[in-house]
Design a protein around this ligand. Structure first.
Ligand code: UDP
Length: 406
């Protein structure tokens, strides 16, 4: 596991020194993160990396999970889709079940933090304990909030407004709220297995292991099998490109314990891909970080064709590897890509296919985009910047009235 000093060559000595000073001021403050899954998806990905570094810096940081059964996560996935704009109705029975399980978590969980750092809607009702416990409460929203379904938003808002701070990933997500809102982008860890440099032989071995032909172009999207990641759209893009260029498509994703839709989406995509040996649908076990790293590094073009996206860590992951990334102009993605400078932003299947062809035909252009993208990630989306923002946020909770610039 990388140590904080290992980040000096990437982030600079001054940045690490500042992290130590901030951590010093947080001595004795217990930070308790709570979310709903330890594996799968961006939230778990980030917490796995942030926690050890915060602790090494001397911050007493912890991470706990709420409990919930299949039905609970089916309801919260519905919330998730609605917050991303889906128009489905949530029934009274579903709301009741959500509240019942939440109350069970309130009774059973030990809420010992001085700062309760609650991630996403699944554990949001824990705030009901604030009256009794006091403490500082932060709601960290990782979702694309640009046009939430009003029914769910009105329901959640009553909880959101009881928090001391609300953190969003992109300016477009801020809402009219009584609570103070903070903008903090997520980040990637450049030294993790997911993002560290890999020897060419290792990349080759992993691709060969999956049966991928390294002599022909490879287009890749790494994502949970989720409608909002539009894997069906990705297959359509590939089919359009394939009419002119003999390429391969890799769609890789592992299950997340709080995402019950994965299996259904996977089997639909499997049907679409049937009979095409150049489509690789990979269901990777949790923790396949080196494999994902190798797939990203071994690809010619990386796609993130999401219909909605809180941030889209996979975009920064691809850019950090200096790859040309083509991604939808939704949610937090435009923060990461400036069109035709550090990647390509698209809106349609045809447009995406057009740019894939362009990049496959002109690899020098792709290299230029990738190099610019990597610098943009270095300056904005590395874990060191994230650590700094979170520590400033925690400090701001104890210094009401101070102006804090993140
Ligand atoms: N990821 C993974 N295995 C997979 C699919 C995704 O480890 O099979 C990782 C991916 O590399 C990224 C994170 O999960 O670090 C996904 O974060 P993102 O913000 O892109 O999307 P989310 O799943 O949170 O909506």
């Amino acid at each position: 596991m990388p140590r904080i000093d290992d980040y000096i060559p990437v982030a600079g000595e001054g940045v690490i020194e500042e992290l130590r000073l901030l951590a010093e001021r947080l001595r004795g403050v217990v930070i308790q993160n709570v979310n709903s899954t330890a594996v799968g998806g961006g939230v778990a990905e980030i917490l796995h990396r942030l926690l050890p570094l915060l602790r090494e810096l001397g911050v007493d940081a912890h991470w706990d999970l709420i409990k919930g059964g299949e039905k609970f996560f089916a309801v919260t996935k519905k919330f998730h889709n609605c917050l991303h704009g889906a128009s489905t109705e949530v029934t009274k029975e579903e709301f009741d079940h959500f509240l019942e399980v939440s109350e069970g978590n309130i009774r059973e969980m030990s809420l010992y933090g001085d700062v309760l750092f609650i991630h996403d809607p699944q554990p949001i009702v824990l705030i009901n304990k604030k009256k009794e416990l006091g403490k500082k409460w932060v709601w960290r929203c990782h979702i694309d909030f640009s046009c939430p379904n009003p029914q769910i938003w009105e329901f959640l808002k009553t909880y959101v407004e009881q928090y001391d701070r609300v953190v969003f990933s992109a300016p477009a997500f801020s809402r009219e709220l009584h609570t103070r809102q903070v903008l903090i982008s997520p980040s990637i860890d450049p030294l993790s297995d997911k993002n560290k440099e890999l020897p060419q032989e290792q990349i080759a071995k992993i691709l060969d292991g999956f049966g991928i032909d390294r002599t022909r172009p490879i287009i890749t999207q790494i994502s949970r099998f989720d409608y909002l990641k539009d894997p069906a759209g990705v297959v359509k893009v590939y089919k359009l490109v394939k009419q002119r260029i003999d390429c391969q498509l890799v769609l890789a994703g592992s299950p997340a314990t709080d995402d019950p839709e994965g299996e259904k989406v996977f089997s639909e995509i499997k049907q679409m891909a049937e009979g095409d040996k150049d489509i690789f649908l990979l269901l990777l076990p949790a923790g396949s970080d080196i494999e994902i790293n190798a797939l990203q590094r071994g690809s010619d073009v990386i796609l993130q064709k999401s219909l909605r996206e809180g941030f889209g860590l996979t975009v920064s992951e691809g850019l950090w590897k200096a790859k040309p990334v083509i991604a939808s102009a939704v949610g937090g993605i435009p923060l990461q890509i400036t069109h035709k400078y550090s990647g390509i932003l698209t809106r349609t299947i045809e447009g995406t296919a057009y740019y894939v062809r362009q990049l496959l035909n002109n690899p020098e252009y792709g290299q230029k985009l990738g190099a610019n993208g990597r610098e943009h990630v270095r300056n904005n989306f590395l874990i060191t910047r994230h650590l700094r923002d979170y520590m400033l946020l925690f400090l701001s909770l104890f210094n009401e009235g101070d102006m804090i610039y993140l």
